[in-house]
Design a protein around this ligand. Structure first.
Ligand SMILES: Cc1cc2nc3c(=O)[nH]c(=O)nc-3n(C[C@H](O)[C@H](O)[C@H](O)COP(=O)(O)OP(=O)(O)OC[C@H]3O[C@@H](n4cnc5c(N)ncnc54)[C@H](O)[C@@H]3O)c2cc1C
Length: 369
């Protein structure tokens, strides 16, 4: 094979698709099954530029262009809906920061408006009347992450990639300054003539440390998601974030609301994460404060089962390994790697195929540390 890709989440699947479409021979090795990690699970994922790190805004501008037609490119569902994102403001002292962010996002070509209270409440009548204003990005939206990842993997297969599930990579093989393949935990070897690409999210730091002794300042977390029961009359028209509360909300399945925002579960006995009582209570309290109709709602599901990689400066590391130019990796998504995936995957594939690193990936190099 030309390339071995480790991991079949959204990144492994999209990069496999891009490379296979360009005529390369691609072997994907997935320890579990496609979408078994952060790119799968309940609910939907936010596709948001609003409030994003400045270094990721150029990627979001590119991703904005791709999301609406990605289902056509892949020939499968993505569930993308351009509903817009509201970052809510409840305190006077947050205005100056929000105005600065308005300027920043517009400067980077991200369509953004500052909505006053009457405009916000006209668009979202169920919100607490204390909400004073909101930063609004109309091009933001939500996507069905599981459906998109399965569509990307199927598109990669159709383009000729070989995706094998149940193959856990333990080691990277190297010779004369080149990555030459990988070895699985069962001792099976897969050779790569042109390159090895580590897109296994939380396991990337472990693989780099075990094979090269390279330490990345990245660790793993289990982000929590709450799905409410159906609440008649309580609905949202936008993806919701908040200027000072740890809160994200969106419409869930069957009249429910999906609540998240960076609250965390902890490792469970089977290698999966599980929810923790105080984190569920904290997230719920924030949600009720903003959407009072939730006070009467039940909790239908709480999950914190999906591992996500967190980097020390909250943006990913996307690079090749020092001394092994054909060993590429991307990790440290820090809870917001979904939205930019169509942009990053294409740029990464361009880099791998051409040998020239796209400028938009420069801020994510390891040497920034
Ligand atoms: C609950 C939750 C909510 C989120 N919300 C948002 C959001 O609203 N917006 C946003 O932009 N982002 C969000 N994110 C982040 C986003 O989902 C992730 O950044 C993104 O899905 C990462 O994709 P990935 O392909 O790198 O990783 P993953 O989907 O985790 O895929 C990695 C794959 O590698 C496999 N693997 C691991 N180790 C090995 C090995 N040794 N050998 C072979 N295979 C291996 C795993 O089984 C897995 O399938 C959220 C994440 C979570 C968990």
């Amino acid at each position: 094979m030309d390339y071995v890709i480790v991991g079949s989440g959204i990144y492994g699947s999209l990069v496999a698709w891009e490379l296979a479409q360009a005529g390369a021979g691609v072997q994907v090795l997935e320890a579990d099954q496609t979408a078994a990690g952060a790119s799968g699970g309940i609910g939907k994922r936010g596709v948001r530029a609003n409030g994003r790190d400045v270094r990721e805004l150029p990627l979001m501008r590119m991703a904005y262009e791709r999301w609406p037609s990605l289902h056509e490119e892949l020939g499968g569902e993505t569930g993308f809906v351009r509903c817009g994102h509201l970052q809510l403001i409840e305190r006077d002292r947050d205005y100056l920061e929000v105005e600065a962010r308005l300027w920043l996002q517009r400067t980077h070509g991200i369509e953004t408006e500052l909505l006053q209270a009457d405009q916000v409440h006209a668009q979202e009548p169920a919100l607490n009347p204390d909400i004073q204003a909101a930063l609004f990005c109309p091009l933001d939206g939500v996507a069905d992450h599981t459906a998109t990842t399965l569509s990307a993997a199927e598109a990669a297969r159709q383009a000729g990639a070989d995706i094998r599930t149940g193959f856990s990579v333990a080691e990277i093989q190297q010779s004369s300054g080149r990555a030459t393949g990988v070895i699985t935990t069962d001792g099976e070897e897969f050779s790569a003539d042109r390159g090895v690409i580590l897109l296994s999210n939380s396991s990337v730091p472990h693989l780099l440390q075990a094979s090269l002794g390279l330490y990345l300042p990245v660790w793993s977390r289990y982000p929590q998601v709450i799905i409410t029961g159906a609440i008649p009359g309580v609905t949202l028209n936008h993806l919701i974030g908040h200027a000072h509360r740890r809160l994200a909300m969106k419409n869930g399945p069957d009249g429910s609301i999906m609540i998240s925002g960076g609250w965390l579960g902890k490792a469970g006995p089977n290698g999966r994460g599980r929810p923790v009582t105080d984190q569920v209570a904290g997230n719920w309290q924030e949600a009720v404060a903003v959407l009072p109709g939730l006070a009467d709602a039940t909790i239908a599901a709480v999950q914190a089962d999906r591992l996500e990689s967190q980097s020390v400066d909250h943006i990913p590391i996307i690079d090749h390994a020092p001394g092994l130019d054909n060993l590429y990796y991307a990790t440290g998504w820090s809870g917001h790697g979904w939205a930019i995936a169509p942009a990053v995957s294409r740029l990464l594939a361009e880099w791998i195929l051409s040998g020239r690193k796209p400028e938009a990936l420069e801020p994510f190099r390891f040497s920034r540390f």
